[in-house]
Ligand binder design. Structure first.
Ligand code: P6P
Length: 339
């Protein structure tokens, strides 16, 4: 009857993070406070993205709105929201955003111990056609108590304390790992709360889907070309994989995490380091994949072992089901042994 329709053991992301914190009695709760400000940013962006279509319809987006103000582009608006939320948390000291050429160093009176790297609205070119887009973030602890420097964010991805993404699609889903597995939360707009809907996500060991922009095929290197050929024309009698490519990293990675398979943005002759950014695209998604039992490879090494030299550096990436990525590693190793 009706009473059963309401689950009463609601696990919200806030409660979930506080439960995690209780496992660290020494914690001062700073991490929980930081995450709650990231969650606030995601709620705001979700609301703005959902209105974007309407805003465009009534001529607000990109033009002057009824108050004569220039309507901010969603990615600029999202960036401002996250920067303000993170600074006001009082728990951050360096912020790196895809939208800002330079890192933001928080003024000392508001400084905390965490560095946040993020893409406030990845895939935003897809907004006008309604394709899912998302926020991607990663969190480091500053290296030492001294004055924060860029070295505090030029750390290998394996040093991240947490990583996640929020996908703005048919529903608003936040996928998060704080280093002990991966959990998914869905925003209940009537409560304004993210509810735990995907506990302990594990990616299938092998998948039936490959996800790559085939339009770049003429520029691929040998191992990538061989791997994609293998997906389409398997020599071992197994069935070929399906191609699914949305062109929005958060959407492609979310499908890969839940259904299995492999997402690849390889290097090519035009872009020797591929297209995706190390700090706020490659590292967070690689962190999540490893926490879910998958893996992530750059073509040369484990993605999370990479040490970035620049905050907007790019890297090729192959991530997803453990066995699928293992096949790519074998092809690159074979190429290495020949050279
Ligand atoms: P391409 C979106 O612009 C993005 O940064 C990622 O979200 C996405 O995975 C990739 O670029 C798509 O790139 O070259 O296939 O259009």
């Amino acid at each position: 009857h009706a009473a059963d329709a309401y689950r009463t053991d609601l696990m919200t992301i806030t409660r979930f993070v506080l439960n995690e914190q209780c496992k660290h009695p020494e914690s001062r709760g700073d991490f929980s406070i930081l995450l709650s400000h990231i969650v606030l940013g995601c709620k705001f962006v979700c609301s703005a993205v959902n209105k974007a279509g309407l805003a465009k319809l009534i001529g607000l987006a990109g033009e002057t709105n009824v108050q004569g103000e220039e309507q901010k582009k969603l990615d600029v608006l999202s960036n401002e929201v996250f920067i303000k939320a993170l600074v006001s948390s009082g728990r951050t000291c360096i912020l790196v955003s895809e939208e800002d050429e330079e890192a933001t160093f928080v003024e000392s009176s508001k400084r905390g111990r965490y560095c946040v790297v993020f893409d406030p609205l990845d895939g935003s070119s897809n907004i006008d056609c309604g394709v899912s887009i998302g926020t991607i973030f990663g969190i480091y602890m500053v290296k030492d108590g001294g004055e924060p420097t860029l070295d505090d964010v030029l750390q290998p991805g394996k040093n991240m304390l947490a990583a996640g993404y929020c996908m703005y699609g048919s529903s608003c889903t936040l996928v998060l790992s704080t280093g002990t597995g991966v959990n998914g939360f869905t925003l209940d707009p009537s409560l304004g709360e993210f509810i735990l809907t995907h506990p302990s996500i594990k990616i299938p060991k092998k998948g039936k889907i490959y996800s790559v922009n085939e339009g770049n095929a003429k520029n691929w290197d040998g191992p990538t070309a061989k791997y994609v050929e293998k997906c389409k024309f398997p020599q071992d009698g197994s069935s070929s994989k399906s191609l699914r490519y949305i062109g929005s990293m958060v959407a492609d990675v979310h499908r890969t995490l839940l259904y299995g398979g492999i997402f690849l943005y390889p290097a090519d002759k035009k872009s020797p380091n591929g297209k995706l950014r190390v700090l706020y695209e490659v590292f967070p998604m690689s962190f999540l994949m490893e926490q879910a039992g998958g893996q992530a490879f750059t073509g040369k090494q484990r993605a999370l072992d990479l040490i970035p030299q620049k905050i907007h550096e790019r890297s090729p990436i192959f991530l997803g089901s453990f066995d699928d990525v293992e096949e790519v590693k074998a092809l690159y190793a074979a190429e290495e042994s020949v050279n």
